[in-house]
Structure formats: structure tokens, C-alpha cells
Design a protein around this ligand. Sequence first.
Ligand code: NDP
Length: 387
Amino acid sequence: MPHFSVGRRRLIAAGVGAPLLIGAGGSATPQVSGQALPGDAALPEPPATRVGWAIVGLGSFALGQVIPGFLDARLSRIGALVSGNPDKRKQVAERYGVPRSYSYEDYDRLIDDDGVECVYIALPVGLHAEYTIRALKAGKHVLCEKPMASTSQECEAMITAAREAGRQLGVAYRVHFEATNLEALRRFRAGEIGELRHLSTEAGFVINPEYPPHAWRLTRALGGGGSMFDIGIYGLNGALMYFDEPPREVSAVYSTPQGDPRFAEVEGGIDWRLRFANGVSVQGASSYTFSYTTGQRMLGSRGSLELQPASTYYDNALSLRRDGQPPALLRPGNPIQQFAAQVDAFSEAARSGTPHRTPGEMGLRDIRLIEAMYRSADQQGALVRVG
Ligand code: NDP
């Protein structure tokens, strides 16, 4: 077995002679001694050969989750930052040792930067399409935050740009890389709850128009849509992980509080339903007016799985109930790793040219379904056929 004995050689070279004996029994003091690499060690890629990323938009999510997530990444590193605020740009670059930073006016210089292979778009939704397409045209791979864009037409244009450039386009649906959600899906696919009969999901938080990161979400131009675009989309996308086929019909009604001035441009809430060809339906609620909630429940013929909470950054939990057994609470991994796992999976897809788990087509599918929900809600819940 290979044995690394540098520590011992160093001690001898430093004049440390025979081992000291201590204790009544005269047992030897433990000696430092190098060990073999564990056989299954998958060492992180050295920084110089990792995939370089540019982070575009240094807002609350980029600063709070995306950038710190890179500290746990194994294949990815931050090569550049893009921000409209020069002081913030400088501070964040220094803090994380990022070599280059750019303003939005300099965006076209960034896209000429050879140290950047992938671009992470963390801007308000209304800016996703433009900044994604510009980066794709410059030959970068792009991972764009959810929701993919303001309209399905914008999503289509982004997909076309990726195809023409021969580059990867992904949507940052992080729960596809999160241990608790992956465990729920694995157990479901292993048949642990039998046939899926019903799925329900709720997602919401109380929006504060005085808080800048919330203020743009209340405008059509930057938010694209309302609560369903922003938070309800987690429930929609999370639910669709449990189906191999798209739904046939969509219906929805608005649940926006009457006369609430916050919701002059976008909906404050929506209750929605998807129906599938096999008769199963998904029921969801999304709101900017209920206290922070994110949950998902799968009811099967032989048991149920419940993610509660389902899509937080830090503390998702899964409970499994099977016929005749007490519920089991499962925490299969640390949810915080989802951010590193997501960028590493995209880096790997970009380098290898293999499909990414959450491609642009998935983002387009979800925006089309939300548009169908809005069409239904505009007609007081009329059924809208989508497949
Ligand atoms: P913030 O408002 O906190 O950040 C947005 C940043 O975009 C700003 O700080 C600013 O960065 C830049 N920006 C450029 N132009 C504008 C403009 N006209 N108005 C406002 N900001 C502008 O938003 P979030 O960080 O919460 O959201 C950013 C993206 O991340 C959105 O797409 C959102 O949906 C997504 N998101 C995803 C989450 C997830 O769980 N996957 C969670 C939260 C958000 P700068 O000052 O550096 O120029």
C-alpha cells in the first residue's frame, strides 16, 4: 500500500530522534504518519483548470447563495463579476479573490474574456433574455436564474440563440441538485409509495414593496409576472419532476387580495391545477401574501412522501409514510450543497457537451404552463388545454 512518510522524514531531518516513551506502561507517543489517498477520493479540480464563471448581477441571491456556493464547488470557479455598482464590485472581488470585474457597459468586454466559459445570470427577470442572448452569441454557456424569462417568446429566442451558438443553456432550478428533493424522487421512482395519485404544493412569502429586491418583482417590466413567476414556479417545477409526460389541461383562479395596492401590475396570488392524461392532478397555491411557505406532498397508493419545507436554502426535510409503518423523517444531505452541485453539474455539461439536467427547454415548458394558468385565471378558471 502506498505510504506517505514525509511527516516522519521531516521530523528526523529536524533532529527529532527516537520516539519518547510516556506513561506507566511505557507506551509510545503517537507519531505523525502520512496515509494513502483514500481509494475513492475524488479530488476537486485544481483552481487553474476549473471552469471559469462570470456572475452577472450582485444582488441578494448572488451574494447570499450563489457566490458562497462556489466555495464548495469542485469543478467551478468565479472568473469575473458584473455589477452596476463599482464599490460593490470591488469589495466582492477582493473578498473572494475574483480576478476581473465589469460594469454592464463593459459586458461585451466580459464576453471576450477567455477566463470565462460560463455566465450565471442573476438579474431581475425582465433582463434575463437580453443578457443571456448576448453571452450566448459571444460563445459562452449560460445558466440563467428562474424564471427563465418574462414570456415564452423570450424563452424561445434564448433557446434559438443557444442552438445557433452551439452552447449550453440551463435554468437554475436548484432543487434538481438538492439532496432532500433527490432522495424523495429516488424513493418515489423505487416504488416506495406505489402509484402517484395526487400531488399538492404551496409556495409563498409576504412581499414588501419598500425592500428593493422585492420592489422590482411587483413590476411587470422587471418581474415578468407575479407570485407564480417568482415563488410559485418552485412548486410547479418541483411537481413536474414526478411526471414523465406534460399535463393535458391547466386551470387557475387568482387569489390576489382585493384592492391591495402592491398588486397593480402583477398577481398577488394564484391557485392552480394541472391534469394529466392518466387522471392524476396536481394542485398548487402560490402567493405574495402568506407567510413564507414551501411544501410539497405526494400521495401514492401505498404511502406518501412529504417535503416540508421543500425548497429552502438550508433546511429541507422529507417524511416518508408507508402503509402500516410510522412516518420516517429523512435528512439525506446538507441542502446548502445544492448551489455548488448545480454549478458543477453545469460546468461538467459545458465541458463535455452532454445534456444538462435543467435545460432551457424545461424553463420554456414552465413559462408556457404559467401563461396557460394566467389565461385560465383571466377567464375565471376555465380549463385550458396545453397538450
Ligand atoms: P436583487 O434585487 O437582490 O438583485 C438583482 C441585482 O440585479 C441587483 O442587485 C443589481 O445588481 C442587478 N440589476 C441590474 N439592473 C437592475 C434593475 N433595473 N433593477 C434591479 N436590479 C438590477 O434580486 P434577487 O437576487 O433576489 O434576484 C435575482 C435573480 O435571482 C432573479 O432572477 C430571481 O428570480 C432569482 N432568484 C432565484 C432564487 C432561487 O432560489 N433560485 C432565489 C432568489 C432569487 P448590481 O447592483 O450588482 O448591478
